[in-house]
Ligand binder design. Structure first.
Ligand SMILES: Nc1nc2c(ncn2[C@@H]2O[C@H](COP(=O)(O)OP(=O)(O)OP(=O)(O)O)[C@@H](O)[C@H]2O)c(=O)[nH]1
Ligand SMILES: [Mg+2]
Length: 276
C-alpha cells in the first residue's frame, strides 16, 4: 500500500507549525493515525507531539556554537547535514510505516529557492514509497495587493517547479482577515482571472514594467498557478475541505471528490459553501 505524507512549507511565520498541529488534531478527530515530523533544526517550542525530530540529529545552536555560523548559515548547514544523513531520516520514519506523515519544514526561503534540500527530501520519501503532497503556506495578509499577490505566486511557482510533486497553495490566517474586514480584498484576488490581476498591476506600476507584468501573468497562467485554498484553522470545515484536496492529490482514500479551490472560500454568511 502506498504511504502518504504532507510536506508543509512556506516562508518564515506563515503558520506552518500551527497548521501542522491543527491538521494533526483534525486528522485525529476523523480517526486517521498521523505523525508530525519536525524538520526545523531551530524550533524550540512544539504544540504537537513530535514523532520524528531533526533536533535529535543536529540543531542550529550546535552548528552556531561549534562552527561559529550565524542563524541562517547554521540552518542551511543543518539541512545539508540532514541530506548527507538521509539514512537516519529513513530509519526514523520507518517506525511509522503504516501512518500518515505531516512534515513541518523550516521557513528560510533559500531552502525552497536555491539549495536542493527539499528536492532530495522528496526524492527520499518517494523512494520509500510515499506519495507526497507539497502544502505551501502563504500568510493571507501578504497578498493583499497585486504586487504582493504576484510575488507570493512566483514564490509558490518556484517551489512547485523544483519539487515536481502534487502541490497545493494555502492562504493561512484567514481568521485574522475575517476579523479585520479584509476578506473581500482576498476574495477578489481569488476570484480574479490573471488578465485582471495584470491590469491591476499595470495601474500600480510604471509603464516600463507593463511588458514584464504581462510576461509574469502569462507564466502564472501557463502553470495554472493562481490558485490558493484559503484556510481558517478555527473552522473545522475549512480544514476538511483542504484535507480533501490534499487527499485527492495523493490518492489517499477512494471516495474523494475534487473541488475547485476558488469556490471554497470560507464564508461566514454562507456555511453551505463547504458542503461536498
Ligand atoms: N490567528 C492566527 N494566527 C496564526 C495562524 N497560524 C499561525 N498563527 C500565528 O502566527 C505566528 C507564526 O506561526 P507559526 O505556526 O509558528 O509559523 P511558522 O511558519 O511555523 O514559522 P517558522 O517556523 O518560524 O517559519 C504564531 O504567532 C502563530 O500563533 C492562524 O491560522 N491564525
Ligand atoms: Mg515553525
Amino acid at each position: 500500500m502506498a504511504k502518504h505524507a504532507q510536506l508543509v512549507m512556506g516562508p518564515a511565520g506563515s503558520g506552518k507549525s500551527t497548521y501542522c498541529d491543527a491538521m494533526r488534531k483534525y486528522c485525529e478527530e476523523i480517526k486517521r493515525v498521523v505523525h508530525v515530523v519536525n524538520l526545523d533544526p531551530a524550533a524550540e517550542v512544539f504544540e504537537y507531539p513530535v514523532s520524528v525530530d531533526i533536533k535529535n540529529l543536529i540543531t542550529v545552536d550546535e552548528v552556531m556554537e561549534e562552527l561559529e555560523y550565524g542563524p541562517n548559515g547554521g540552518l542551511v548547514y543543518a539541512m545539508e547535514y540532514l541530506i548527507e544523513n538521509m539514512d537516519w531520516f529513513t530509519d526514523e520514519i520507518g517506525d511509522y510505516d503504516e501512518d500518515y506523515l505531516i512534515i513541518d519544514c523550516p521557513g528560510q526561503i533559500e531552502l525552497y529557492s536555491h539549495i536542493p534540500v527539499m528536492r532530495t527530501l522528496v526524492e527520499t520519501l518517494k523512494q520509500n514509497g510515499y506519495n507526497v503532497c507539497a502544502v505551501f503556506l502563504v500568510d493571507s495578509q501578504f497578498i493583499l495587493d497585486s504586487c504582493k499577490f504576484i510575488s507570493g505566486s512566483l514564490m509558490c511557482l518556484s517551489a512547485m517547479i523544483r519539487l515536481e510533486v502534487p502541490h497545493i497553495n494555502v492562504l493561512t490566517k484567514v481568521d485574522i482577515i475575517k476579523r479585520s474586514q479584509q476578506i473581500k480584498d482576498i476574495e477578489s484576488f481569488l476570484e480574479m482571472e490573471v488578465p485582471d490581476i495584470v491590469e491591476r498591476l499595470d495601474s500600480e506600476t510604471h509603464n516600463r514594467y507593463h511588458k514584464l507584468n504581462r510576461a509574469i501573468g502569462k507564466l502564472l497562467e501557463d502553470y495554472s498557478l493562481v490558485s490558493f485554498l484559503p484556510l481558517d484553522i478555527t473552522d473545522q470545515e475549512s480544514l476538511n475541505v483542504l484535507l480533501q484536496h490534499i487527499d485527492n492529490s495523493i490518492q489517499y482514500g477512494e471516495d474523494v471528490e475534487p473541488q475547485d479551490p476558488k469556490n471554497d472560500f470560507p464564508d461566514e454568511e454562507d456555511e453551505d459553501d463547504y458542503d461536498i
